[in-house]
Write a protein that binds this ligand. Structure first.
Ligand code: 9MR
Length: 572
């Protein structure tokens, strides 16, 4: 019978917003539609209906049906969705569903800070640790870092910033886009009139109470580091940014930040890193101006200098091969970084030289600025488009309307990708690469911005449905956000949050996003445990699976962005 064939009911394990979409996916071999029942905590049937058979879902390899209970708008906790005698995990329906995630996802960045003690009074004793990489033994430290051989003959103070991920490297390209997303979430909330929620004393950071929005305090920790990575005047490549700083050899797991005894090294400057610095610093100059004009000026000067330096050395590429002791972040296509940096500099200054750089870039009209696979550290043209579409600027009306249409066209594409799948994921079945959760979260950001530009509720719904995927409505019934949902990732690859290997260390803090399914199986644990997996099922919550289960600043940044967006109360 159909009852015996139904195997699972997948929901957002945290819950649903009263005014948001509410869909669940039922894994079943039944060819017929099934009856779903929404039950309250006391077991009463609050709503019921029929599922819609969707057949074989390519990404998950599962035969699925979809239950849609979006029209149910009452609130409560402990709901379950029941189909053929099988119940989902329990979930809530409430307007404040995302309030806690808004601060937890953003607090991730404080935990990742380098060069400052992580305070027990802010994060609790389990997560506190002394400052890492300040040159206190056994650290060699980031206060006086030499270059890799042949790169430079001096040392630099590149303390601070955020550790990239489960490793303790600091990479300018990835830091730049992550900073941009964090600051952009504040800039966007300002347009929505909800930036108070990201304001002063909203986060547990040391700077709370200083009169500056905490989100900007957090991003400044990284911005200061990014600017330290700029090659000083009078040296070869002056104005360029060193591509990265990290350990000479990969450290083991666990390695507490303050216990890392490896030599740290600066790696050769790159055009991509320089343009990431230019873009993030230009955005800084715009957004921080009303809080700290002196800092905004410093950001703008760094951005201008980086831009000029990148123009002078437009093809200094970071090689993929440079991956001993840290990630490569190699990129040999940087015209998109030029476009993004020019867009930020133009939106901030209005100057014609930057405008010309924007309008003469092939990315200004290319249909490829947005892709189904999402923007990311190597593909940044979309960030330029998002800025030009939303920040007032002097482009022609025709140009602006074309740019905005490109955002909504991309969003329409994401909606149609979602509609073609059993789990409503805004990436295609062949898009489950390393960090797939960030790719789909970045596409959800495009959906959210399209909603802002048009007022069309379908886009907001799409962005929220992407959150459903991250929080459990997926092939594995897995919430990829630590501490959120019945079955949530807790053994992400990290050198300090390594509880799986050392019981005296903590699991990742609540609000930490795993990279997610990666059909490339690029680590030994994934290769051993996941052979033959369907793309959306290529994930294992094991600390050794760095290619499916790491954390990273560029993954938590879109999560924090989306959580802030989802936490906003709409006026319905
Ligand atoms: O996110 C990066 C992914 O796009 C690459 O395919 C992968 C391999 O080069 O590296 C990822 O970034 C890692 C970086 O190299 C080192 N720190 C951890 C990052 C997340 O896994």
């Amino acid at each position: 019978t159909a009852a015996a064939e139904t195997t699972a009911v997948r929901v957002n394990q945290v819950g649903y917003l009263p005014d948001g979409p509410k869909r669940a996916t039922v894994v079943t071999t039944s060819p017929q539609a099934l009856t779903w029942q929404l039950r309250t905590a006391s077991g009463a049937v609050a709503a019921s209906g029929s599922t819609v058979p969707r057949g074989a879902d390519q990404a998950s390899g599962q035969s699925v049906q979809v239950a849609d209970f979006s029209s149910y708008r009452d609130t409560g906790s402990g709901y379950v969705l029941t189909v053929d005698g099988r119940s989902s995990d329990p979930f809530d329906i409430r307007a404040d569903l995302y309030d806690r995630l808004r601060s937890d996802a953003m607090a991730f960045f404080y935990h990742q800070r380098s060069g400052i003690a992580i305070e027990s009074s802010l994060v609790g004793s389990a997560y506190a640790h002394p400052a890492g990489h300040l040159g206190v033994a056994p650290n060699k430290g980031d206060t006086s870092v030499p270059c890799q051989s042949g790169v430079c003959d001096y040392t630099r103070d590149v303390r601070g910033g955020w550790y990239d991920a489960g490793d303790q490297g600091k990479y300018v390209v990835n830091g730049g886009i992550s900073t941009w997303l964090v600051v952009n979430s504040f800039e966007r909330a300002g347009r929505a009139g909800t930036d108070e929620a990201l304001g002063d004393s909203t986060l547990r950071v040391p700077e709370r109470g200083n009169g500056v929005p905490d989100v900007l305090d957090e991003a400044r920790w990284e911005l200061d580091f990014l600017m330290r990575m700029q090659v000083p005047d009078g040296k070869p490549h002056a104005g360029m940014a060193f591509h990265k700083v990290h350990d000479a050899e990969w450290t083991g797991i666990p390695t507490r930040p303050e216990q890392d005894a490896q030599v740290r090294e600066l790696h050769r400057p790159s055009t991509a890193a320089t343009l990431n610095l230019a873009a993030a610093a230009a955005q800084c100059a715009r957004v921080y101006r009303s809080y700290d004009a002196e800092f905004a000026d410093r950001c703008l000067a760094a951005a201008r200098k980086a831009w000029t330096a990148a123009r002078a050395e437009p093809a200094l590429y970071a090689p993929d091969s440079d991956s001993t002791g840290g990630g490569a972040y190699g990129d040999t296509q940087v015209t998109d970084e030029f476009y993004w940096a020019a867009a930020e500099l133009y939106a901030t200054t209005g100057e014609s030289a930057y405008r010309d750089a924007v309008t003469s870039s092939s990315w200004h009209t290319s249909a490829g600025a947005f892709t189904r696979y999402g923007f990311g550290w190597a593909d940044t043209a979309a960030l330029g488009r998002l800025t030009l579409a939303t920040v007032p600027n002097g482009l022609s009306a025709a140009d602006l309307s074309r740019i905005r249409s490109s955002v909504t066209a991309a969003a329409d594409g994401h909606l149609s990708t979602m509609a073609g799948q059993g789990y409503g994921v805004p990436i295609p079945a062949d898009g489950y690469f390393w960090g797939s959760n960030s790719a789909l979260a970045n596409n959800a950001i495009v959906l959210a911005v399209a909603g802002e530009l048009t007022g069309d509720a379908r886009y907001r719904a799409g962005a929220l449905e992407a959150m459903d995927y991250l929080l459990g409505r997926n092939a594995l019934g897995q919430s990829y956000v630590t501490g959120y949902g019945e079955t949530s990732s807790r053994n992400q690859h990290h050198r300090f949050w390594a509880h799986q290997l050392d019981a005296s260390l903590p699991n990742p803090p609540a609000g930490s996003l795993a990279g997610g399914p990666n059909s490339g199986l690029q680590d030994p644990v994934a290769q051993e445990r996941l052979a033959g997996c369907a793309p959306a099922a290529c994930y294992v919550d094991d600390i050794g699976s760095y290619s499916t289960n790491e954390v990273a600043v560029n993954w938590n940044a879109p999560l924090a962005w989306l959580a802030a967006f989802a936490a906003e109360r709409t006026s319905t």
